[in-house]
Write a protein that binds this ligand. Structure first.
Ligand code: NA7
Length: 549
């Protein structure tokens, strides 16, 4: 019998990416009896599963790192501005080892179902292999980009070559030098891998449904002075980041474009373009709310495509016109557009060239046939809800998350879901999540959850659940804030538009990390306004609760 059989944990964390690793440490430090379960055989989450060529984070490595520990900060050195996958994965492993977390993680344990017993007030988790675990509270650290999206593309089942999804890259080296390779998808993943695949493959065919806006990474090694500056000032820098709308220390312009002289606008965009990374998106404070500002920046970026690509016809095909810039994730790449100047690269633009079908040895369009030996799906993820709905989450009172979210996800603050007591979600829909620096957001959420668990433990473990009315009001607010921007004008994965049959609803909270975290603080300080504690609202806070007895 394992130590887990029969054990009742205070909390179980599902997933050990950045969130689960930190949450496990934080909750153990706070004195909870807690374990984590993990589907993979190592920590890392999306940085464990994804290994495709060219994979990097598009947030500066000094910022895409834990803030809670001076030791981790001092003992780790990021080598480059945009860290590669191998380095980020090594960092998460380093954190798990340094914090001595591995004994508390059950690896190779993919949870299939989670059932809440409303009478016993206990969650039972069952893994695909049939192992079971019990806890008073569960914490879903299952990640926002952890379930691959494999679209039904006509004829794909007939393909006889090697078919690979970017998230399931083979461990053995994929030798492509003598191969005709095709990539479907031109989001961040496609943009990162396409230049490298083009260098290696005999021929590369890119299948583009919607072009991406891509900005140059201008990746470079960090110099020692920069690292040292961060080490000495990291507390202040993190505090500054938490007080921004994206949770990242971008150079935020304070003015709308209309308030800047036309020649200065372009000069500033050029300066930001040279600086690299997503800087060019942060020059004006109204990019996502003002169509004219948006067009100004989009035109600037389309102009850069025209400059980079030799053939004007191909350049035109690579230019996005169908959505405002910033409403789909802007890709940070290296030599992406220049890759289309190579003789061994072809572009199928599905807007002008209709796909007939995938055949056993290639892709047939109205314009011709493209032979393919290796077909790579860079088609993204069932984002934000996929990993939660992959687990059959239900309660003995008859609630099922798959039913409740049939028309799209509903949460209170992204942290709790009405009808599902004692379950917390990390960076859930309705929180800034993927619209923020994820490491900063997962630390925030895990801190909030741990403090909440302490509050509950002090009260002898009452139930904790989002109030349906507060959830409805929060969802209205999330929708309202999104409607005040241009984000609904794109068929993006933020809206679930990339997955066949998925309800369309803008999922992240775009009101800003600063606003969101301040609201979370108010909620906690008020005695968890909007949550039912032991089945009732504490309303005026802990003092009122104590006064009431
Ligand atoms: P994305 O951003 O969802 O990109 C997926 C790409 O695949 C995108 O270009 C899609 O076109 C394309 N796609 C999806 N389904 C199809 C079908 N059926 N046919 C043709 N093309 C298709 O995923 P990524 O992995 O690149 O990046 C996800 C996030 O990871 C990224 O934003 C970063 O935050 C990290 P579409 O645009 O939907 O028309």
């Amino acid at each position: 019998m394992t130590e887990d059989a029969g054990a009742l944990y205070d909390a179980i964390i599902i997933g050990t990416g950045f969130a689960g690793v930190y949450g496990l440490h934080r909750m153990r430090e706070a004195g909870f009896r807690v374990i984590a379960v993990e589907a993979g055989d190592d920590v890392g989450g999306c940085w464990y599963w994804n290994r495709y060529p060219g994979l990097r984070c598009d947030v500066d490595s000094l910022e895409y790192a834990y803030a809670f520990s001076q030791e981790l900060q001092d003992e780790w050195r990021w080598s480059e501005r945009y860290a590669p996958q191998s380095e980020i994965h090594a960092y998460i492993k380093f954190a798990a080892d340094r914090l001595e977390l591995r004994p508390h993680i059950r690896f190779n344990t993919r949870i299939a179902s989670a059932l809440y017993d409303d009478v016993a007030q206990v969650w039972s988790l069952t893994s695909e292999a049939g192992d079971s675990f019990r806890a008073r509270y569960i914490v879903m650290a299952t990640g926002c980009l952890s379930i691959p999206n494999k679209p039904k593309i006509k004829g794909i089942e007939n393909f006889e070559g090697r078919l690979v999804h970017s998230m399931q890259w083979p461990d053995e080296k994929l030798v492509l030098s003598d191969k005709n390779v095709a990539v479907i998808g031109t989001g961040s993943t496609g943009v990162q891998m396409i230049p490298l695949l083009a260098q290696e493959a005999r021929h590369l065919t890119v299948v583009q449904r919607t072009p991406a806006f891509c900005v140059p990474a201008r990746n470079q090694p960090w110099n020692d002075a920069r690292i040292e500056y961060w080490r000495q000032n990291y507390r202040d820098l993190r505090t500054m980041a938490r007080n921004t709308r994206a949770g990242v220390l971008h150079e935020y312009g304070m003015l709308p474009a209309a308030a800047v002289r036309p020649e200065d606008r372009i000069a500033d965009l050029e300066r930001r373009w040279v600086k690299g990374g997503p800087n060019v998106l942060y020059g004006f404070n109204d990019l996502l709310v003002n169509e004219e500002t948006n067009k100004l920046v989009a035109d600037f970026l389309r102009g850069k495509i025209a400059q980079a690509v030799n053939d004007p016809e191909i350049a035109k095909k690579l230019m996005p016109y169908e959505y405002p810039v910033g409403t789909k994730r802007v890709c940070v790449g290296t030599d992406y557009y220049e890759t289309y100047n190579r003789d061994n690269v072809s572009l199928i633009d599905l807007r002008s060239e209709k796909l007939q079908q995938i055949e056993k040895d290639g892709i047939r369009t109205d314009d011709g046939f493209y032979p393919v030996d290796v077909l790579i799906l860079a088609t993204g993820y069932d984002a934000m809800t996929g990993a939660l709905l992959a687990i059959d989450i239900s309660t003995s009172a008859g609630k099922s998350l798959r039913n409740e979210w049939g028309r799209g996800p509903e949460t209170y603050m992204g942290l709790g879901i009405a009808g599902f007591p004692n379950m917390f979600v990390v960076t859930g829909p309705g929180s800034p999540s993927v619209f923020s620096n994820m490491v900063l957001s997962v630390e925030h959420d895990m801190d909030w959850i741990t403090e909440c668990l302490t509050f509950l433990k002090e009260r002898d473990w009452p139930t904790f659940e989002a109030d349906p009315a507060a959830q409805a009001a929060w969802m209205d607010h999330v929708d309202d804030v999104a409607r005040q921007t241009l984000v609904n004008k794109a068929a993006s994965w933020y809206r679930g538009a990339n997955v066949d049959g998925k309800p369309q609803k803008f999922m992240p909270y775009v009101g800003g990390v600063n606003t969101y975290q301040a609201r979370c603080r108010e909620v906690a300080e008020s005695g968890y306004e909007g949550f039912l504690v032991g089945g009732r609202a504490l309303q005026d806070g802990r003092e009122r609760e104590l006064a009431d007895g």
